[in-house]
Write a protein that binds this ligand. Sequence first.
Ligand SMILES: [Zn+2]
Length: 316
Amino acid sequence: MDQTGGRDTLKKLHASGITAIVAAAAAFLAITYANQPDSGREIKPAAAVIIPSTTIKTQDATAADSLAPAAGQTLNNPAPQELGAQPAAGDPVSANDTAVKVSISRGLIYLDPGHQRRGDSKQEPVSPDSNITKARVTGGTTGVSTGKPEYVLNLEVALLLKETLIKRGFEVLLTREEHEVNLSNVERAEMANAANARLVVRIHADGNDSPKAKGFSVLYPDASVSVTRSIQPDSRLAAESILEALKTGTGASSRGLQPRKDLTGFNWSTVPVVLVEMGFMTNPSEDEDMSDPAYQLQFVESIAAGIDIYMVQKED
Ligand SMILES: [Zn+2]
C-alpha cells in the first residue's frame, strides 16, 4: 500500500528550496563576476536570472519560509503549508501573479471518538479470521461526578484534537462528529482503511468498579495477532510516542502501554492504529479533570505532540 504521497510532496518542496538556493547563488556569482572590472566576462542581463523567491514574496510569508525548511523545522513551524506554485522558467514575474495555490498535508490522521448515543448489541466478528463475535458497538461508561456519558466526552476531546492536528499541518477525518450514528467498530475501522489513513487514533475513557482506579493508557495491537502483523510495529511506535508525550505534557498518572488481541477496531484495521484511554470516568477527580477545558487542551496538545514525533520518524 502506498503511504508515501506526503513524503514525495515534501521531497519536492525540499527540491524547490534547493532550486531557490541554487538560483540565488547563481545570481550572486553573476553579480560578483559582473562587478570585477578585469573579469572580461560579458555582463548578463538581469532578466536572465529569475530567482523563484521573487515570485514567492507575492504569497504569504509563511509559505515563503516553508520552501526551504531547515532540519527539524517541521516541528517548530507546524502551520499548514499552502504554497504558491512556482512559475516555469522564463515565465514573467508579476506582482499581480495569482499563482495556483496547492495545499500540502503532512498526512491523514483518522480519529475515532468511541461509542455513540445508543449501543448496538447485534454481533459482528471480532476479527476477519475469527468466528468469535462481539457487540457492534457498546454504550461506554459514564462520569460519576459529571454524569457525562463517555460518548460525549470522547467526541469533545476528538474535536479539540482535530483542531490541534490541523494547526500542525495534518489532514484530519473523524468517524463521527455527532452522537446520533450507528457505526460498528468494524465499520469505523473500514472507514480509515478506505481512506488509507497514516494513523488511526481511537479516543476512549475507562471505567472500573473501584473509584480509585486512575490514569491514562495507550493501547495497540498485540504482536501475536496475525491479521495485524503488518501494522503492529508502526502502531506500537505511535503508541509509545503518544504515551511519552502524555506523560510529559499532562503530569497525570500513566498506566502505560497495553497490547490487545481482543479489540475489533484493531483487528479489522489495515492501517496503524492506537487507542487512548484518557482516564477513569469512575474516578471522581479524574472524571472532573477530563471535562476541564484547560486539561482537555493540555491532553490533546500532548496527543498531537506524540503523533507529530511518530509522523516525523515515519517521514525520515
Ligand atoms: Zn470506551
